[in-house]
Design a protein around this ligand. Structure first.
Ligand code: SF4
Length: 361
């Protein structure tokens, strides 16, 4: 690999930029966050879009901005309320960081997302990519973004082989991204590069025949577009079995706790049914766990099992209905009616368990 990566020869850059920007103007998807220059909303969309598909984000984004239309409203909200509006979108640390960062922004004199990259990077949950995206789109700062989509486009344009996230290669791609940036329209440029990667230069079977910059693409010329970039080494999937108890008292109230399964990162800070990681004899393990929280001699009624995936963890959920005369007293626990569970910030795994319990009743 050459020391500096020249993706497009200098004399051809103006034409390359014109073609990509014209394509973006013609072909861009009509997304809510493209109708605004409000840095708060652009920042929110960028956070929501991390590791999450556009189609999944749209309804969450709409509900979120309806409930928290400004950064001040977000900063003034309770974390539980914020998590409730995030519930089901996953990766909850994003919501917690967003909330913390909103408080920091609201405390600033202008209560605006910072205009300098250094200040933006000091906010919780804002890294180089998010900082550059918000500053370029909202404020027109000449900062190029590099994410998975842009890296793939660049790797193919320059026929760069190998895993793009390899640190040295990533730095070269970042330099290449910077050299291509249309400094007169950095926000549109960044979005155009990402849009090309998301809709045309896709990971599998890129649609080169529709590509506005096909003529400059070395991978296309070499007939290796579909082989680039190199496959990312995937984290090994970890399989976990989680036995969960839906306790139910005569008033049909249930018990929700936090951090009960010994692995707080699974559903961190979200309300969940008492649960425990289990081996072969899940019922026995759960019975012991229930004894430890003040539910002796529990009679377990098995509910429909479900699967749930969190990043590289594949969780097999084994829920049980446990009828009790009285719910145990646990400091900080909640005892909502089972049917009203959706009003609390709960993960989609907890929703699946609740649905199985309601179905059985
Ligand atoms: Fe991607 Fe094909 Fe366009 Fe090259 S020609 S940038 S591989 S879509």
């Amino acid at each position: 690999m050459p020391e500096s990566l020249v993706v497009i020869p200098e004399p051809e850059l103006p034409q390359f930029r014109r073609r990509l920007l014209a394509w973006f103007t013609r072909s861009k998807r009509n997304l809510d966050w493209r109708q605004t220059r409000d840095p708060y909303r652009i920042w929110l969309s960028e956070i929501m879009l991390q590791q999450t598909r556009v189609a999944a984000v749209v309804p969450y984004y709409r509900r979120f901005v309806a409930r928290f239309p400004t950064v001040r409203r977000l900063a003034g909200a309770r974390l539980d309320t914020v998590l409730q509006h995030w519930a089901g979108l996953g990766y909850y640390s994003r919501a917690r960081n967003l909330h913390r960062a909103a408080k920091q922004i609201a405390a600033r004199r202008d209560a605006e997302f910072p205009r300098s990259l250094a200040d933006a990077l000091a906010l919780p949950g804002v890294g180089q990519y998010t900082g550059a995206a918000v500053l370029s789109i909202a404020y027109g700062e000449p900062l190029a973004v590099l994410d998975g989509n842009v890296a793939r486009v660049l790797a193919r344009l320059g026929a760069v082989r190998g895993e793009p996230r390899q640190p040295r290669r990533w730095r070269r791609l970042a330099t290449a991204a910077d050299s291509l940036l249309a400094r007169g329209a950095p926000g549109d440029w960044n979005q155009a590069m990402m849009e090309l990667g998301a809709t045309v230069c896709t990971p599998r079977a890129p649609r080169c025949g529709e590509c506005p910059v096909e003529r400059w693409c070395r991978a296309r010329a070499l007939g290796i577009a579909g082989d680039l970039p190199g496959a990312r080494r995937r984290a090994r999937t970890v399989r976990i079995t989680l036995a969960a108890a839906v306790l139910l008292d005569p008033q049909r109230r249930t018990l929700l706790v936090r951090h009960q399964n010994g692995d707080g990162t699974l559903f961190s800070r979200l309300w969940q049914f008492p649960a425990v990681a289990a081996g072969r004899d899940a019922g026995h393990t759960l019975t012991r766990h229930l004894e430890s929280i003040g539910v002796p001699s529990a009679h377990l009624e098995a509910l429909a099992a479900a699967r749930h995936t969190v990043t590289f963890r594949e969780i097999r959920l084994l829920p049980f209905l446990v009828r009790v005369a009285r719910l145990p007293a646990i400091a900080g626990a909640r005892k909502p009616p089972l049917v009203e569970l959706g009003r609390l910030p709960v993960s989609s795994a907890t929703r699946k368990i609740a649905a199985a319990a309601l179905h059985a009743l």
